[in-house]
Design a protein around this ligand. Sequence first.
Ligand SMILES: CC(C)(COP(=O)(O)OP(=O)(O)OC[C@H]1O[C@@H](n2cnc3c(N)ncnc32)[C@H](O)[C@@H]1OP(=O)(O)O)[C@@H](O)C(=O)NCCC(=O)NCCS
Length: 153
Amino acid sequence: MEEELSHFFGNYEPALKLLTMPRDTNSAGDISGGWIMTQVDTAGAIVASQVARCRVVTIAVTNFLFKQPVFVGDLVSCYGKIEKIGRTSITVHVEVCVQRNRFEDRCIKVTEATVVYVAVDEERRPREIPQNLKDMYIEKENSAKITERGQRT
Ligand SMILES: CC(C)(COP(=O)(O)OP(=O)(O)OC[C@H]1O[C@@H](n2cnc3c(N)ncnc32)[C@H](O)[C@@H]1OP(=O)(O)O)[C@@H](O)C(=O)NCCC(=O)NCCS
């Protein structure tokens, strides 16, 4: 079943928007899974690094689901939501939707995945995420929830 754009409002942060090109296709002419995985990884890394305020690397990917195909000319939007902040890791749930017609608002969910990133230092060693950055994230999330509740009432 198709899920539409309204699903993505709320605590999902917009991270990437791209127009698909013929060069991104597989041999059948659809956008390749590898291309979509790259965008998911990049989008999640952007969201994670904005919290960690440093370089992050991908350590694990789970629950990758390609629910609908992506075609040449689709406008692809990736959204990320922080699921968990650990000592050095940040887990991001990434959802991808497409506008088959970029001149219209209708947007359907095509892919989702959970990606775990690790904050690293210059030598690529895991680096602890400081408590003040975690607190800043929690504060931002709480104020977003209050705003959302206010908009609903
Ligand atoms: C990421 C890396 C620096 C971590 O080093 P490490 O010594 O394995 O680190 P640790 O065992 O201390 O684990 C670091 C964090 O990852 C988490 N982690 C480890 N294995 C995991 C897994 N399979 N799934 C989810 N999280 C995992 C740990 O729980 C820990 O999180 P926490 O500190 O929040 O509790 C190292 O594994 C690495 O360089 N991997 C290659 C990264 C890469 O090249 N990615 C692709 C391109 S970006």
